[in-house]
Ligand binder design. Sequence first.
Ligand code: ADP
Ligand code: MG
Length: 650
Amino acid sequence: MASRNEEVLREAFMTKRSQNKSPFTPTNWKDRWFVLTPHNLIYYDGDRNSGRKREKGRVDLSKVWAVESVEYSAFQKDLVFQLVYGSTADTESVTLYIAASSAHDHDDWLEHIRSLVGNNTNLAEVFHKGALLRNQWSCCRGPKDAVACTPVTWTRNNNATPGMLCPEVDRSGRPRRYCYDQPSPSPPLNQDNMLPYQVPGVRTAFGPYRKKIVVAIYDYNPTEIGDLPLRKNEEYEVLQDAEENWWRMRNRNGEEGYAPSNYVKEKASLGLQQYDWYLGDATRQRAEFILKREEKEGCFVVRNSTTTTGMYTLSVYSKQPTPQVKHYHIKREGDLYYLSQSIKCRTIPDLIFKHKYNPGGLCTRLRSPPTHGRQPPTTAGISHDKWEIDPNELNLLEELGSGQFGVVRHGKLKCMDVAVKMMKEGTMSEEAFIEEAKVMTQLQHTNLVQLYGVCSRHRPIYIVTEYLRYGSLLLYLRQKEKHLITCSEQLLDMCLQVCEGMAYLEKQRFIHRDLAARNCLVGSQGVIKVGDFGLARYVVDDEYAGSGGAKFPIKWAAPEVLNYMRFSSKSDVWAFGVLMWEVFTCGRMPYGKLRNAEVVDRVQSGQVLERPTYCPETVYELMKLCWTHDVDRRPSFADMRCQIVEIQEA
Ligand code: ADP
Ligand code: MG
């Protein structure tokens, strides 16, 4: 299967022409399950009904240099399109012919693949509109090595915005690319500037190449003048996307400004994102949490299946016979989706629509998505290129707690809830931190406490972050111990969320250095976020700084940290094991009252924390994996994530 992090943009059964290189084997067509991801076109075999499939091949989209329709029913087959790809050496190029099952599909697939290869540097200027049959091109009747006969309908325009393609067809230039080995020099063009082996007039299959158009999937209300507000479901043209988190866009009225890139999705790959009932990668736990809290009959969500890429699961709340959430795999047969044999539809939205009127075998008919279902994500900082916040814009409210750096207060930045950490003077090396804050505002993930910016022009400096209403995870666990201690599924989901945030940091090569339950926070809908990442580096307190200091978090420290102060994402993984232990004990202190020196002895001698009473054996095995002494053999967060998901599904 496509790996889980390869986003599925489009998929369908189509027929593929075998790519026999030998002229003696007959060519044939086979049904294949095609999956388009941002970087590959992958095809699988397997019968139309089963979810599990075997990969038969894939085309690396960066190697594609032409995507075009095939005309003249060269194969006694309609709706065929071709992908020409291979290394830049023409001799190694390969053409893949695919027959779609409807005209609609044919056009959509073609357009979609083109939108993904539009930035390739090796795009062809000419191609064969037919196919090579018995060593002759069906389009121009040229021999196998004939120069390609048809100009492509789009080409790169170097004057346009980088990466944009425009409808410029240069028929006068000499073709630079051929489908097969071309004897040089290339034949001259005839009077009409047409290429040799002329073909009868053919309509242009595809019009001008389109601009980068995105659709807003959430409303966005800017906090800064000059940023562009976004309205859900409206379209915007992207003018500049050089930066990852903030893009310059234009709305229908011609107004321009920056807006967060994670609030929009490219129109061509919008998929189910536009529907309020679609929760993407949300786990079974989170879907249940959201639905149970609403307590509404027929309330439902659709989410990606955790077991099979490209498949979906429907979760529905019903009070009959007892309040519960039921989960149904959305099955498919050919290009039809269904939940029960009686209702089959071509698209998931159609299927949902039908089941709104007819339970058709479900525990209840589908009524509405949760009112508080999909929450808008945080933005990376409060605006494009801005991390300095004017304290006059902050309205400070109640105190939330106090920690090692000072007091934390709830506040409002314009109308946005924020937490403001007022850094006790002399507790951190401020200049260095302020520099780093610029980088840290750019870290953005559902499971990280977002850093919005700093007020650094006065003392004490303020660190302004996302506000999470239920506060520290450690206190939350302790307060809810009675309720939580036996809910191992919910506790494991908390660990998974922390792991997801940490896997993101690991990927960004950012080391936390102080991961522990006290540094994680709890938000609405059971969301857990990792906070205080990287801050430990700026602490100037001697008690904290070295592993000998009284405030140093010895109990979370890996052996290589204790011995050589060697921090890495792997030392964060060790701390994550201790955090899992904190979660499954509902906030007990690791190693109880043992003094630091005794803890160090224990860790060095290979003793580990005991299994918490209600912790399943499989989960305890994962904790112990985190406490692998050999750093190279210790799993990464990405590994841990897979392992946790596996337990959840067992
Ligand atoms: P610590 O040294 O315990 O990590 P912090 O300065 O990080 O202390 O936070 C102190 C307390 O303030 C936390 O225990 C938590 O209750 C509260 N708090 C901190 N950040 C936030 C936030 N972003 N949202 C809500 N509460 C917060
Ligand atoms: Mg903290």
